[in-house]
Design a binder for this molecule. Structure first.
Ligand SMILES: Nc1ncnc2c1ncn2[C@@H]1O[C@H](COP(=O)(O)OP(=O)(O)OP(=O)(O)O)[C@@H](O)[C@H]1O
Length: 265
């Protein structure tokens, strides 16, 4: 199997209370096209640090990230818009991620303007296509992002990421802070997007239920290390680590049932 986005033996250390520690400790990871994977672990386990390295936002102390055969570094990301577009990150805080001065249209059109420079009517059609995919009304296009609900802002951020036509999308805590109904709607939408687009999608989360609901593969992270990475089709017996079992048994959030009709339908 050819893994397209790979992180190889990544280590990153920080200082806490004057002591050096490995926030990410010799981790190897891959994200293939056409899969939904989750990276799950408690707060402070190193997920965000690993993802910032995988996205080329910060450098590891050691190890490499390779995207479609090319070594991905913060320098390359800054210099090369095309590489930058290939891998989109949807951040946890949608409100902060959207420029409040921009209309929804401008927010989604920005990556199209930067990357494609297509005629104005084509640009509008593309923006409208993504708005439709996000199950948002066209009337929202003229609104400012600050006027939208949390769930709508999340959808606009996803539409904006899709507008860059990436091969991979990383969702950092895509559903945290959303109420149970909106949370499930957004998760269902992410499943649909992945299936229809064939993109490689990665959900970063401490929400094991969301990971179980959405993923074909789940990597479990603790104290800077990936304890296990399992293919998941609904049977929690695939998890071998005590930590994963504890996470699953202690979860108490809204989505309990693995909904096979959404996942495979
Ligand atoms: N820039 C930094 N400087 C110093 N320590 C950092 C820095 N970034 C992260 N850390 C520390 O590294 C560890 C891992 O943090 P990280 O944000 O990667 O974890 P996480 O699993 O994403 O947590 P959360 O789910 O709360 O976002 C934590 O102990 C954190 O305090």
């Amino acid at each position: 199997m050819r893994y397209i986005l790979t992180a190889n033996n990544i280590t990153k250390c920080f200082f806490k209370d004057g002591k050096k520690f490995n926030a990410v400790d010799n981790v190897s990871f891959f994200l293939d096209k056409n899969e939904f994977c989750s990276l799950v672990g408690e707060s402070g386990s190193g997920k965000t640090t690993l993802v910032r390295i995988i996205s080329g936002l910060i450098s590891p102390d050691s190890g490499t990230v390779v995207c479609d055969g090319e070594s991905l570094t913060p320098r390359l990301r800054r210099k090369n818009k095309v590489i930058c577009a290939k891998l989109q990150l949807v951040l946890q805080n949608s409100r902060a991620a959207l420029d409040p001065r921009f209309s929804v249209y401008e927010s989604i059109a920005e990556p199209i303007k930067n990357l494609k420079k297509c005629p104005r009517d084509e640009e509008r059609k593309t923006v409208e296509k993504f708005i439709e995919q996000m199950e948002l009304p066209k009337s929202i296009l003229s609104q400012r992002s600050g006027e939208l609900s949390g769930g709508q802002q999340k959808r606009v951020c996803i539409a904006r990421a899709l507008a860059a036509d990436p091969d991979y999308i990383i969702f950092d805590e895509a559903v945290s802070g959303l109420d149970a109904v909106v949370r499930k709607n957004v998760l269902d939408l992410l499943i649909k997007i992945q299936k229809n687009s064939g993109k490689g999608c990665l959900l970063i989360t401490h929400d094991i239920d969301a990971a179980l609901y959405i993923s074909q593969r789940i990597a479990v992270m603790k104290s800077g290390r990936i304890l296990e990475s399992v293919n998941y089709s609904g049977d929690i017996k695939v998890f071998k680590s005590e930590y994963a079992k504890t996470l699953i048994s202690s979860s108490s959030s809204g989505i309990k049932k693995y909904d096979i009709s959404v996942k495979n339908g």
